[in-house]
Design a protein around this ligand. Sequence first.
Ligand SMILES: [Zn+2]
Ligand SMILES: [Zn+2]
Length: 187
Amino acid sequence: MISFTELDLQYAHRFYNFKGEAQYLHGHTGKLIIEVEDSINKGVNMVFPCNEIKKTAWNILQNFDHALILREDDPLLPAILKVYETQGIKNGTPTNKMKGPAFKTELATAYPECRLVVTKETMTVEGMIKIVYDLLKDKLNISKLTFYSGDNAASQEFTTRNNIERCPLCGIALNENGVCPKCGYKK
Ligand SMILES: [Zn+2]
Ligand SMILES: [Zn+2]
């Protein structure tokens, strides 16, 4: 069975060197749908609580929210960082609170202090699905990702087989010691 959740991400990006309007800097509210597949956890009669899927995803993906997403070879990147530096916001401000943990993968690097994600490939909807799968594949049994950005949308199915032990009382993943971080249940 599949549990799924959706979340919104607001960001600015552009398709550097793309022959179309999208080569100009612009913004979207993107919508990501994350589908997670597993057996039904009998104790709670759920695959996985949807708010937990969302929480797990949001913890990392908030790096893309109210963020600028640019390809690593985009000349806007040094230009914008220079402005941020001059303005004194490159290394963060007290009001930049909604920060995820910095990450670096093969496909993307997040700089939470200045709300920037630098990507290896153009951040199309297809590119975003690759980035998101890479970031979440070890945490969730993702069976499908769908991403909408303006009129563009893409989806990809996956077979992800992490052995995630779930709490029979509240449904969330047990930690490495077999303890539920939410209700304290011990295996
Ligand atoms: Zn766009
Ligand atoms: Zn629990």
